[in-house]
Design a protein around this ligand. Structure first.
Ligand code: MRU
Length: 348
């Protein structure tokens, strides 16, 4: 499997693959403060919910090492507050960001001299756990995929929920990788994912590198592909899942879920527990990021829309739980998710 440094610690700085340049260029950037990491998250150097969480955790660690160079602060909580706030505000929808910050926060207490090293150890732990969770989700998800007889299993995915969007292996693409390892005869349909083109630029690149059979199509071709029997199952990731199973993911996911239901095709969401926001009762409470109009008026840097047109550019939409056939997590698969079943995943 391809290995990328999506967000890792490297000799006192945070190293990240610059995803904005893919697939043309594979180049790495280094970040030395929480502000720089927050900027990298906002600018999409790193993206994808679990990857954003990992980056934020390393952002906290690098900030502590930076501050410690001027002496150990009297109060780590006070000293770290501005940097952590900048990280928190970097992007609003993926709950993994806040989840990671809240997991790091208790480590600001305790023996002050040890705080930077303890934060770094926790960030590395978050990274390792994410890879392990993806592996488990892959195995569990692959086990519930349909198995067509006499032809390859065709999986459609939207956006990029792969190794590039996590610490490694991927959530939806983890399920696909595990299916390829198990069943071999698997083909993938990746949607382009307008307007930011995560499917065309990232998913296609990532799967091709692994030698996985991938076919690219524009988002609006999904209905036609389903109606012609080309798709057996849809598997996507999520940026935030509400307590009732409503799932926010990349804009366009909801359309695919409606289409899948129309064609009686299973629609599965793979995400770690860190993506489930138990404070959001339903999807209506999930904040949806609105991004720059240029993402819609321009295509790869070239204007494609009439000058002066108004733009609507939400980066995510919410798929109601009733359209989700299965929620695949590292704690198990929940079929037809609802509040009670999701509570069960957390043991309370
Ligand atoms: O705007 P992005 O590229 O950060 O959006 C990413 C997605 O919507 C992914 O599908 C989601 O984060 C799942 S990543 C495993």
């Amino acid at each position: 499997m391809s290995i990328f440094d999506v967000a890792v610690w490297n000799n006192g700085v945070v190293r990240m693959l610059d995803q904005r340049l893919l697939p043309q260029e594979e180049s790495y950037l280094e970040f030395a403060s929480a502000s720089e990491v927050a900027e990298a998250i906002r600018d999409m150097v790193v993206r994808g919910a679990p990857a954003i969480g990992c980056a934020a955790a390393f952002g906290v660690a690098v900030e502590a090492f930076r501050l410690a160079r001027d002496g150990i602060p009297v109060s780590w909580s006070l000293a770290m507050a501005p940097g952590m706030e900048r990280l928190r505000l970097a992007r609003p929808t993926a709950v993994n960001l806040v989840w990671a910050l809240e997991r790091m926060r208790p480590l600001l207490e305790g023996e002050p001299a040890l705080v930077p090293e303890r934060l770094l150890a926790e960030a590395e732990q978050i990274r390792q756990e994410d890879i392990a969770s993806c592996r488990v989700m892959g195995r569990l998800g692959a086990a519930i995929l349909p198995r067509p007889q006499g032809r390859p299993l065709a999986i459609m995915t939207h956006c990029n929920a792969g190794a590039l969007a996590t610490a490694g292996y991927g959530t939806a693409l983890g399920v696909i990788r595990a299916a390829v390892e198990l069943y071999k005869d698997v083909v993938v349909f990746a949607t382009e994912t307008r307007p930011y083109l995560q499917g065309a630029r990232l998913t296609a690149w990532e799967l091709l590198r692994d030698g996985i059979d991938v076919t690219l199509m524009t988002d609006s071709m999904a209905g036609h592909a389903m109606s012609r029997g080309l798709i057996d199952v849809v598997v996507v990731g999520a940026d935030r899942v509400a307590a009732n199973g409503d799932a926010a993911n990349k804009i366009g996911t909801y359309v695919h879920a409606v289409l899948a239901r129309r064609h009686a095709i299973p629609f599965m969401v793979a995400c770690p527990l860190s993506t489930i926001d138990r404070n959001a009762v339903s999807g209506a409470q999930i904040p949806i990021e609105e991004r720059a109009p240029e993402e819609v008026t321009h295509c790869l840097g070239h204007r494609s829309a009439a000058l002066g047109v108004k733009v609507f550019n939400p980066a995510f939409d919410v798929t109601p739980a009733e359209l989700v056939s299965a929620l695949i997590t590292e704690q198990g698969v929940v079929h037809a998710p609802n509040t009670e079943k999701i509570r069960g995943l957390f043991g309370c």
